[in-house]
Design a protein around this ligand. Sequence first.
Ligand code: HPA
Ligand code: ZN
Length: 337
Amino acid sequence: MTKVTREFIDGLPKAELHLHIEGTLEPELKLKLAKRNHVDIGQTTIEEVRKTYQYDDLASFLAVYYPAMDVLQHEQDFYDLAFDYLRRAAANNIRHVEIFFDPQAHTSRGIPFATVINGLHRAIVDARAMNVDADLVMCFLRDFSKESARKTLLEAMPFKDWILGVGLDSDEHNNPPLKFARQYEDAAAAGLHLTAHCDIDQVGSIDHIRQALEIMGVERIDHGTNIVEDPDLVAFVANHGIGMTTCPLSNSFVSPEMKGDEIKELLGKGVKVCVNSDDPAYFGGYVNDNYAALADQFSLTRDQVIQIARNSFDVSWISDEKKALYQAQIDDYIANN
Ligand code: HPA
Ligand code: ZN
């Protein structure tokens, strides 16, 4: 079997559907913004910042992740963060990206919702010149109250045209999807798409996946590879074309491994699995690094890699016309490479 080359992966058109914009804060930009905004982050060199990146599960990761956001203060900071990421997305041949953002991580620090979304949206508009088509997906912090989520949804309403859907992230322990059932109902009624994190190896993973799918009607699950423990749920997601946005490098930081066997099993069962970078500045790589690590370490075939890229467009929330356009771009690429 011929090995899938990095060059093939790099050139393959793809969508990214599990990317936290706050997780793209590279040490260089963090230091630059800390200086610009006079925020003391406790480190002054890139090496010192990187040394703080030590985590072995979701909670220890989040304990590093949220305090770093203090450097994000002004609309221009959010613009710079998003534009830097979108430049890298273009270089990774990402044609479409659905970007998570965590408004409560900022509003809880006194930064207005409008400051956050105006900066992100302006970067998205400017990135169109690089051939990257991007949208925003607003996440509720699941370790905050449902009242806070309700308030956040209300704050988002004036900007509804810039938001494609809602998601659920942060610390899953004792924070099941069902806690936000009402906010998901309200979001759906407002015409927003629905997804939710069901993180790796959580207490109650299977229950959480079931709640998200059967009660809250999500169209995608973010992570969710524990689903392999329940064949009925696997059959459900396969039959309903539910997307599963896996993140191999991220998995290897918060659990002992990339969950490559689970990803391959799901792919083999016809589940619409795609590969994403989650928080690339923290988990050692962008989307092509994730494809390459998975392909190398789990011997993916060329057809499997292509299927993953096709799935990424299939389970995105773009129009059928755009989906057909991107699938045709994949057809062209594989005919010539
Ligand atoms: N899980 C939960 N919360 C997060 C994640 C994640 O993968 N990334 C950023 N916040
Ligand atoms: Zn995530």
